[in-house]
Design a protein around this ligand. Structure first.
Ligand code: AP5
Ligand code: MG
Length: 191
């Protein structure tokens, strides 16, 4: 199994690159943001719980996220591997993911961190906000808050993977195809 963590700040290109990785390596995609938005659109209890956090760009509580990811992993027993996009976002989530995967003897192979300057992130997200309908893309304040939450709560996850020698920074500025090639080169070096 090939399990990859695709990491990076809001707007770094995690979703965009995940689509290409799924096709290249026949992997299942677990984007916690997409899963929450699906719950939201279906009006589930979990979606309602998540909405107030998401709309303002705060993190949904760990226990809610971890439970949802566990269910999703268990729903794909024949998977070739997973791309984790937007998860783990706290050290507690990273520890829980290791426990879940180690229980199945299928650890994370590598973590790829897309690196993009904050001004570029803001530009991308404001632009996407014109068409995405995502409440959290709708103002510079909300985008700044998402970036601040990333710095305060999510960036420490890098250290977690550095201590396991699984961290790989990749420049996330450039064409989508060039970035994809760099990501694939990292994955190949871990296979
Ligand atoms: P989530 O859905 O994960 O959003 P995010 O991390 O804020 O990031 P985005 O999805 O906006 O960006 P992305 O990196 O996927 O970039 P994309 O490819 O779309 O999370 C949303 C919320 O859900 C969180 O704030 C939180 O409330 C909650 N949540 C989710 N996971 C959670 C967790 N684990 N714990 C707790 N709470 C959680 O690209 C962005 C734009 O840039 C697009 O328009 C794209 O076309 C464009 N673009 C992509 N690549 C390039 C490029 N190379 N050059 C130019 N433009 C590009
Ligand atoms: Mg995304």
């Amino acid at each position: 199994m090939l399990n990859i963590v695709l990491f990076g700040p809001p707007g770094a290109g995690k979703g965009t690159q995940s689509e290409k990785l799924m096709a290249e390596y026949q992997l299942d995609h677990i984007s916690t943001g997409d899963l929450f938005r699906k719950h939201l659109s279906e009006g589930t209890e979990l979606g309602q719980k998540a909405q107030e956090y998401m709309d303002e760009g705060f993190l949904v509580p760990d226990e809610v996220v971890i439970g949802m990811v566990e269910d999703k992993i268990q729903s794909e027993p024949n998977s070739n591997g997973f791309i984790f996009d937007g998860f783990p976002r706290t050290v507690k989530q990273a520890e829980a993911l290791d426990r879940l995967l180690n229980a199945n003897n299928t650890p994370i192979c590598c973590m790829i961190a897309l690196e993009v300057p904050f001004e570029e992130l803001k530009k991308r997200l404001l632009e996407r906000g014109k068409i995405s309908g995502r409440a959290d893309d709708q103002s510079e304040d909300k985008i700044n808050n998402r970036i601040q939450v990333y710095l305060d709560e999510t960036l420490p996850v890098s250290e977690f993977y550095k201590t396991q020698s699984k961290f790989n920074g990749v420049n996330g500025v450039g064409t989508i195809d060039t970035i994809f090639e760099k990501i694939c080169a990292v994955i190949e070096s871990f296979k």
